[in-house]
Write a protein that binds this ligand. Structure first.
Ligand SMILES: C[S@@+](CC[C@H](N)C(=O)[O-])C[C@H]1O[C@@H](n2cnc3c(N)ncnc32)[C@H](O)[C@@H]1O
Length: 246
């Protein structure tokens, strides 16, 4: 029988994001017609993933855009990571997408927002059919140190952008040598390539945090890093040695 997203969930209004949605979601750094092509031409989600994706778009919850969905599908099917860590669960969409495409992976996903947690709990209870996903409730700053070292093969960082550089040392401890980190939304609608004086005042903490992240990673011989102009920018980082100097 086809699973349906709980109608109670669909009818609930999401308070956290309708007000605070990141405006960079609507400032793609790639030509708009190419973004449209990537979003419409690549295989669409079906079943519960489609319903969750539609719900998130309708409620302005910033889940990964469709081009990243297609990319993650391919990555997960190819890499089949044993242990995955995600920072920023929201309603559980990307965690469930990874679980669907890598059926033997164990996924730990961290979320601190109460409203998102209540959606995530319901969605994981309903759709995580192989019980692959563990929801870790709390701020990543407190949860990360409790996780085992050298354990994860793949980390998806999709939380507050100014904190990426703060979380990175702890995340690197948790990642195996040869493991991969993907950080989402690192172009900030192109702001990162501008002078700080051209960036809106309210966005400057994020700007400084991201510049610190680029300084620490892009030329670091202990890491291999690549910027990918997909969605609002992905930074992909491979851990090359056991003790990374940042
Ligand atoms: C962009 S959304 C995640 C979307 C999700 N990865 C997806 O694509 O389906 C970011 C989430 O990170 C959470 N978050 C931000 N900072 C956090 C922190 N320090 N610890 C835990 N969660 C955090 C927010 O509450 C929000 O729900």
């Amino acid at each position: 029988m086809k699973k349906k997203v709980n109608q109670v969930i669909i009818k609930d209004m999401v308070e956290s994001y309708s007000k605070n949605a990141n405006h960079n979601m609507r400032r793609p750094v790639v030509k708009e017609e190419i973004v449209d092509f990537m979003r419409t031409r690549q295989a669409q989600n079906t079943g519960f993933l489609k319903e969750l994706e539609d719900f998130a778009r309708q409620e302005n919850i910033p889940i990964i855009p469709h081009e990243t969905v297609a990319y993650f599908r391919l990555l997960m099917q190819t890499l089949q990571p044993e242990n995955i860590l995600e920072i920023g669960t929201a309603i559980g969409f990307s965690a469930l997408l990874m679980a669907e495409n890598s059926p033997h992976s164990k996924i730990s996903t961290i979320e601190r927002n109460d409203e998102m947690l209540s959606f995530a709990r319901k969605n994981l209870a309903q759709f995580d059919s192989r019980q692959q996903i563990e929801l870790l409730e709390g701020d990543a700053l407190e949860v990360l140190p409790q996780l085992p070292d050298n354990h994860f093969d793949f980390v998806f960082m999709d939380s507050a952008k100014s904190k990426y550089i703060v979380f990175l040392p702890e995340v690197l401890k948790k990642l195996k040598v040869g493991g991969l980190i993907i950080l989402d939304d690192i172009f900030q609608g192109g702001d990162v390539a501008r002078d700080i004086m051209e960036v809106r005042r309210g966005q400057r903490t994020i700007y400084r945090g991201l510049q610190g992240l680029f300084d620490a990673t892009l030329d670091n011989p202990d890491l291999t890093a690549s910027l990918v102009s997909m969605s609002d920018g992905l930074l992909m980082i491979r851990k090359n040695v056991a003790n990374v100097s940042l």
